[in-house]
Write a protein that binds this ligand. Structure first.
Ligand SMILES: Cc1cc2nc3c(=O)[nH]c(=O)nc-3n(C[C@H](O)[C@H](O)[C@H](O)COP(=O)(O)OP(=O)(O)OC[C@H]3O[C@@H](n4cnc5c(N)ncnc54)[C@H](O)[C@@H]3O)c2cc1C
Length: 409
């Protein structure tokens, strides 16, 4: 997708959704879709249910859903493939003098979204945030680096508000508000390979050969995992559901953080790509940090090109030489040799970055359709309120767990 000018700043509001789209098509996303959120969520209700619910996946969506069950004393278990909770949320400590999100990082929304996700009323938030209004930005077309005029940047941010956590992370937010309350119910290192819903009770099989029985199942694995058919559904999913899963786009990609002894770059460098994103950004922006950390978020076609280099070391080398071309050798001169590379595209239980499903309402509706009032689906790709990213995943969890419990009365 090529959109001149603003397109190159699109990572600011979650890659692939540019202000251009928001303003020119009236498309509502993140902060501009805050009004779409329901007044009440599952957090505001009381539920009674006597069966057992199995949640597959301990990412933001699964953990938020689990919190509802915990608070209503409903029997449940979370089955997680890896040895940690958070999914596409991950925190790195020790690389800089501030905690770094190496998965989701921006709050593409109004600050009060954090209250909404916690079930707290009002606009006054407890978390300290950074207003993500850039002061400098450049465009890189592969041979030329050009500055974005400040006026254009200011206009952009008049139309869309964005934030980051000041000395915390998305990971911490989800850990503190959800994971720590439900962690005792997580079964780690247990990739689910089959969901048999042919009988009255549902039988979940893990890769370790374990069988777990429940009355309802909430599947919150990434859309990339559903696409990969790692999980066998018995009976098979119908063609409408399979088509919806297949039609939702989900970009491959990675994040890279590089440490420099001097800051030679602007807040953001947006690079031209065929599909997806390639954005360099100042990780330390407004962080009161003594470190110069430059991030690279590469998804879609640019990531596929980088992957061809074969190793993370080769990718780093290539990135440094590209930065050298942009900044006359400054990258090699100031690079300390320290980097962090987080590959989400090749992660077995993530298989990508995020989906742009809110573009495609019919697929989202289909993806959200439960099967036989037994198998339910939630997660980042099931975002019904156009919130995007983490808020979209959490709100989808609330929506679906409410549906599941309401249909089970
Ligand atoms: C690089 C990157 C940058 C991003 N930037 C932002 C951002 O700035 N702001 C924002 O709001 N969002 C951002 N996002 C998107 C955001 O991270 C996701 O939308 C959100 O975290 C999805 O949560 P989830 O619970 O739906 O899925 P996940 O977090 O993926 O959780 C799913 C869980 O299921 C587990 N699982 C997978 N397969 C199985 C299986 N077979 N059996 C059992 N468990 C399984 C996984 O291990 C994982 O723990 C970004 C994502 C990435 C990757």
């Amino acid at each position: 997708m090529k959109i001149k000018g603003f397109r190159s700043l699109k990572h600011i509001i979650l890659p692939v959704v540019s202000l251009f789209i928001v303003s020119c098509t009236g498309y509502e996303f993140g902060a501009n879709a805050f009004h779409k959120l329901p007044e009440e969520t599952a957090l505001d209700k009381i539920y009674n249910y006597s069966g057992k619910i199995i949640i597959i996946g301990a990412g933001a969506s699964g953990l938020a859903s689990a919190k509802i069950l915990e608070e209503n004393n409903i029997d449940y278990q979370i089955i997680e493939a890896t040895d940690r909770y958070g999914g596409r949320l991950k925190k790195i400590e020790g690389f800089a003098d501030f905690p770094m999100d190496i998965g989701a990082e921006w709050i593409h929304n109004k600050p009060e979204i954090l209250n909404k996700l916690k079930g707290v009323k009002g606009k006054e938030i407890k978390e300290e945030l950074i207003s993500y209004r850039l002061e400098s930005s450049s465009l890189w077309d592969g041979s030329n680096l050009s500055k974005v005029p400040k006026k254009e940047l200011d206009e952009y941010f008049e139309g869309f508000t964005e934030y980051k956590f000041k000395n915390s992370t998305w990971y911490d937010f989800v850990a503190d508000n959800f994971a720590k309350k439900v962690e005792h119910k997580i079964k780690y290192n247990s990739p689910v390979i089959a969901i048999n819903y042919s009988k009255e009770q549902i039988e979940i099989t893990t890769k370790n050969g374990e069988k777990i029985i429940g009355d309802k199942v909430l599947v919150t694995v990434p859309i990339g995992v559903l696409k990969s058919k790692m999980i066998e559904f018995i009976p098979k999913l119908d063609s409408k559901k399979i088509n919806a899963i297949e039609s939702i786009k989900y970009f491959t990609g990675f994040k890279l953080a590089l440490k420099f002894s001097n800051k030679f770059y602007p807040n953001v460098i947006s690079c031209e790509t065929e599909e997806g994103d390639k954005e360099f950004y100042d990780y330390s922006f407004k962080k009161d940090s003594k470190y110069n950390i430059l991030g690279l978020l590469s998804t879609g076609s640019s990531a596929e090109e980088y992957y061809k280099l074969g190793s993370k070391e080769a990718i780093v080398k290539n990135v440094i030489s590209e930065l050298d071309r942009m900044f006359d050798g400054a990258a090699s001169k100031f690079y300390t040799g320290d980097f962090v590379f987080q590959d989400w595209g090749n992660h077995e239980f993530t298989k990508g970055t995020w989906s742009t499903s809110f573009f495609d309402k019919s697929s989202i509706t289909e993806l959200n359709r439960p099967i036989d009032k037994k198998v339910y689906f939630a997660g980042g790709a099931n975002d019904l309120y156009n919130q995007g990213g983490v808020p979209g995943a959490i709100m989808s969890g609330y929506y679906t767990i409410d549906k599941l419990l309401s249909e089970s009365k």
